[in-house]
Write a protein that binds this ligand. Structure first.
Ligand code: NAD
Length: 439
């Protein structure tokens, strides 16, 4: 075993970056966007060159074939991925997505994102992500179950409450997590609740998990407004995306006293300068599937929503919503990134020049993984908390994490995103330094 600092004393991240200049950045590629931010923060914390090389690579990349019987008796084979980026701080944690366009590169980026996210909020997990290349809209319930079970059984050596703990992600939900838990448990011979999070409450899920990401966004926004000396009551918010994250953030920001003037979904946006009643809008979506046609508000486009004269903008829908092309239209003073990767690297530069205070995704939307950590703790203890306790503890973790990042930002005169990466890289790196390289 040797210390991780090897022969790298004269080698620095800056030198490596200078020497290994690749092609120009593809601003809308999530892997490149994540790596660009990692590189910048690694340089600023003067990360040891050996460690830089370690953290740039995922620890494990698994590709499996997922054969299933279709309902008509045919056999179809799907491709499944699981990537463990880093497990130095604890078991790997990260969702499973089912989508047509899943790629190994995307899963690698998302796994690394999870490493930084878990470290920012200081929960004892590493980062992972998984996916199956399939179109869930073209799978029956039975086929979806068979895909889930075969994917899980293909990963039995990797998954486990001490090694790798999945959660829901795009197109997967509590139902899918229940199948993952059952498949894993059937192979073990007993119920292993801690192997997944985001499960139904009846089988070891946590109270407060469903609202956790939106609640985290609300807490981070509240802290940002207080820090900037802006009022809470009457402060205007626009929210892109009205799904799990966006609709909960909207409801909780409204409860806090802010005025939600616009929300949108894939069908377009709605705007009312006097405020939208978020509970009403959510009920409308339950009945009509989309916001489209919602009365008591005017229709607006996506571009108009992002450019509204509001104090807070919450992009909570998709990657690359704010880019080099539209960042200059933003009028909000605060952006709370509910989605993963909603702003590109070029957008970051423009927003920083404009003085916009951006709460970065790895901090703003970490409420979900924080309560997943609570779920795992409760499963391991076999002792469950009520919703109030979960929400209080989430409030503590998010508030403390916001101020940890803010301090790094102020001490180093960098924006909140760079500060969040600096903090998380230092937390992961310090564990690597202590553990050394086993060889
Ligand atoms: P969701 O599927 O519940 O909701 C997505 C919403 O975005 C829907 O209202 C959809 O109509 C809308 N949408 C899709 N494309 C759009 C577009 N082009 N313009 C406007 N709206 C559009 O998903 P979610 O769970 O709310 O996740 C949203 C984002 O938050 C994703 O980036 C996800 O990775 C991220 N995130 C989610 C969680 C979580 O716990 N759910 C945790 C961390 C990060």
């Amino acid at each position: 075993m040797s210390d991780i600092k090897t022969d790298n004393r004269i080698e620095t991240v800056s030198k490596i970056l200078g020497r290994e200049k690749g092609p120009p950045l593809d601003d809308e590629n999530p892997f490149e966007a994540m790596m660009a931010r990692f590189d910048r923060a690694a340089e600023l914390v003067n990360l040891d060159a050996g460690l830089y090389r370690v953290l740039r690579q995922p620890e494990k990349q698994i590709i499996i074939s997922v054969p299933i019987h279709r309902d008509n008796g045919d056999v179809d084979v799907f491709t499944g991925y699981r990537v463990l980026h880093n497990t130095s701080r604890g078991p790997a944690k990260g969702g499973i997505r089912f989508a047509k366009n899943v790629t190994l590169d995307e899963v690698k980026a998302l796994a690394a994102w999870m490493t930084w996210k878990c470290a920012v909020v200081n929960v004892p997990f590493g980062g992972a992500k998984g996916g199956v290349v399939c179109d869930p809209d073209n799978l029956s319930m039975g086929e979806l179950e068979r895909v889930t079970r075969r994917y899980t059984s293909g990963l039995l050596d990797t998954l486990g409450p001490d090694s790798d703990i999945p959660a829901p992600d795009v197109n997967t939900n509590e139902r899918v997590m229940a199948w993952v838990m059952d498949t894993y448990s059937m192979h073990k011979g007993y119920a292993v609740t801690g192997v997944v999070t985001g499960k139904p409450i009846e089988m070891g899920g946590s109270h407060g998990r469903r609202d956790a990401t939106g609640r985290g966004c609300m807490i981070a926004t509240r802290e940002a407004l207080t820090h900037l000396g802006l009022p809470i009551r009457g402060t205007k918010v626009a929210i892109q995306g009205f799904g799990n994250v966006g609709s909960v953030a909207a409801r909780l920001l409204e409860e806090l006293g802010l005025t939600v003037v616009a929300v949108s979904d894939v069908s377009g946006g709605i705007y009312n300068p006097n405020g939208i009643f978020c509970g009403d809008a959510a009920e409308w979506v339950v009945k009509n599937k989309y916001l489209e046609g919602y009365p008591s508000a005017e229709k607006i486009t996506e571009a108009e929503l992002l450019a509204l004269d509001v104090d807070v903008l919450v992009p909570a829908a998709v990657e690359n919503a704010i880019t080099g092309k539209n960042a200059h239209t933003v009028k909000a003073k605060v952006i709370c990134e509910g989605a993963n990767g909603p702003s590109t690297v070029k957008a970051d530069e423009i927003l920083e020049d404009m003085g916009v205070f951006v709460i970065p995704d790895i901090l703003a939307n970490a409420g979900g993984v924080t309560v997943s950590y609570f779920e795992w703790v409760q499963d391991r203890l076999g002792y469950f908390w009520d919703e109030e306790t979960v929400n209080e503890r989430l409030n503590d973790v998010t508030t403390r994490s916001f101020h940890d990042v803010l301090k790094v930002s102020q001490d180093n005169s960098v924006n909140m995103r760079t500060a969040a990466y600096m903090l998380s890289i230092e937390r992961v790196a310090s564990v690597h330094q202590l553990r050394g390289v086993y060889a």
